[in-house]
Write a protein that binds this ligand. Structure first.
Ligand code: NDP
Ligand code: MG
Length: 424
């Protein structure tokens, strides 16, 4: 399925002076990395809108520092506090779900889609509907409604620039003009914190162990997805949406050092890879400056110091989430929507210490078996499938609740890991 990732002309660029950027999910890990880059380049980038969900104090601090035109908080109960915090600053404020969508529609050269989960779908779709260039971190959007989003992008002349490090790597080495020469895509995966654990060892892992990613510092949800390897499963589907390569031509390869961010193999045997220090500011800088390049404050890659790069096959028996994602991709229709919705419910329940780690994939599998897959033709149908899957997943979760290890139960959830994604 060819996707017009690139449009013929670029709306912004250095030639036109300041680039106008909106950051959806500015208070998250991707948001932090984005604002770090923008803060270092205040003469090049002008912020249009920043959005958050509940972290109103952080949103106020960001807005007072970087002075966007608009700041939006998702939770309407926090609007008064936001307006009070921004009084006299000249930054407009708004709140609620429709304000998030309106923020995405504001005139901008680039919209960074950094909201986590399907909650980001409506605002991101709005940016696409307005023909914007979208720096896409929010992979759940594509998993949930990929065909609708890529079709809308083609219709509206929007450009999707992948920010997920693997897809950004592929984007950089993919021959967009001659995709028929591509033999396969190799998605690399760190393997997460439990790469060497048996299923028995994974049964009783704690939230703290699961969010403690060996390489990347990220938000809680994607950290858990990395531990179950559902993240790589979501990325398989994301890759299939973004690049015109058959499903059975997208491979997963474990690469614990996370230096090779992914590869594209060509039919003449050439394999092109993008390498770099694992720091999200590189793919975000790529999107901010595209089609130019900007300087990013990232540690230079020192391969002599790293010494060796290692690779090993992925194990779908120990990481069933990977198998479930591949099966959902093959089933097509709304199966990926169901997979994503069930996973969001299960990960939230694990983070709240209501279920055990292995219950996450079990809940997703049960939901996929029980929910009906259809060929969704509209966003409304996608939302209906998403809601139904969440109901079924919640039922599956309640049936398992309390079965987790006593050690993990009843403790408060951990705070979010450190802000700027970097090597840890
Ligand atoms: P975080 O949890 O750190 O941040 C999520 C952001 O989304 C926050 O700004 C949060 O606001 C906002 N948000 C959460 N729920 C809602 C909602 N219901 N409505 C509106 N906004 C909401 O996530 P990450 O930055 O880690 O990840 C963001 C996306 O990028 C995910 O899809 C992830 O898979 C993807 N990604 C992330 C990478 C990383 O390094 N972190 C790497 C590659 C991809 P608030 O703070 O107020 O709750
Ligand atoms: Mg990734």
């Amino acid at each position: 399925m060819p996707v017009p990732l690139r449009t013929a002309s670029h709306p912004g660029g250095a030639a036109r002076g300041m680039r106008r950027v909106t950051v959806l999910g500015s208070t998250g890990s991707v948001g932090d990395s984005t604002l770090d880059l923008i803060g270092r380049n205040r003469g090049t980038y002008r912020l249009v809108a920043l959005t958050a969900f509940r972290n109103v104090e952080k949103l106020i601090a960001q807005a007072l520092d970087l002075r966007p035109e608009l700041a939006v908080i998702g939770d309407p109960d926090l609007h008064d506090r936001l307006a009070e915090g921004l009084r006299g600053s000249g930054v407009r404020s708004d709140a609620g779900a429709s304000a998030l969508i309106a923020a995405a529609a504001e005139a901008a050269d680039l919209v960074v889609a950094g909201i986590v989960g399907a909650a980001g779908l409506a605002p991101t779709m709005e940016a696409v509907r307005n023909g914007r260039t979208v720096a896409l971190a929010n992979k759940e959007c594509l998993v949930c409604a990929g065909p609708l989003m890529t079709a809308l992008a083609a219709e509206r002349g929007a450009t999707l620039l992948p920010v997920d490090s693997e897809h950004n790597a592929i984007f950089q080495v993919f021959d967009h003009e001659r995709p028929e020469n591509v033999d396969r895509i190799v998605l690399t995966a760190s393997g997460g914190p439990f790469r060497r654990c048996s299923l028995a060892e994974m049964r009783d892992v704690t939230v703290e162990q699961a969010v403690n990613h060996p390489v990347w510092s990220m938000g809680d949800k994607i950290s858990i997805d990395s531990a179950t390897m559902m993240n790589k499963g979501l990325e398989l589907i994301e890759a299939h949406c973004l690049f015109p390569v058959a499903q059975d031509r997208i491979e997963v390869l474990i690469h614990p050092q996370s230096i090779v961010h992914s590869m594209v193999a060509y039919r003449d045997g050439s394999v092109l890879a993008q390498l770099g220090t694992p720091d999200m500011r590189t793919p975000i800088a790529f999107a901010l400056a595209w089609p130019e390049r900007m300087t990013a404050p990232v540690a230079p890659l020192d391969l002599a110091r790293i010494g060796s790069l290692t690779f090993e096959p992925a194990d779908e028996a120990r990481f069933p989430a990977l198998r479930l994602a591949r099966e959902a991709m093959a089933a097509g229709g709304t199966a990926p929507t169901i997979l994503n919705a069930a996973n969001e419910v299960a990960v939230a329940a694990f983070l709240a210490r209501r279920i055990g780690f292995l219950d996450i994939a079990a809940i997703v599998e049960e939901t996929l078996q029980r929910a009906e897959t259809i060929a969704a033709g509209s966003l409304e149908e996608v939302w209906a499938v998403d809601r139904r899957a969440r109901t079924l997943a919640t039922q599956a979760m309640l049936a398992r609740e309390g079965g987790q290890s006593g050690a993990a139960a009843g403790q408060p959830a951990p705070s979010r890991p450190s802000a700027v994604a970097s090597m840890s």
